[in-house]
Design a protein around this ligand. Sequence first.
Ligand SMILES: [Zn+2]
Length: 94
Amino acid sequence: MKQGAGLFPGPKEIHMFCNCPDAARLCKHIAAALYGVGARLDSDPLLFFKLRGVDPGELIKKSVEEKMRNLLANAGRKSRRVIADKDVARLFGV
Ligand SMILES: [Zn+2]
């Protein structure tokens, strides 16, 4: 996957600002807002997809299609994990 095209926001996509006089970069207001977002996501994880503008059903469908394409593209190739018949017989002494 291309960097910056993922589902999770990168650090540069997350901006926090509060105009309170607190000198802390992450003041209690921002911390409370982040906690609130976390609590909402805990109760309804599908909100994350909504926030990112992604249809989870479409994401799953595309993922399955991509996996199936890769499987079909490699269907004719012999895996290195397959033991040749003669070696299997020798392995089990038959
Ligand atoms: Zn604040």
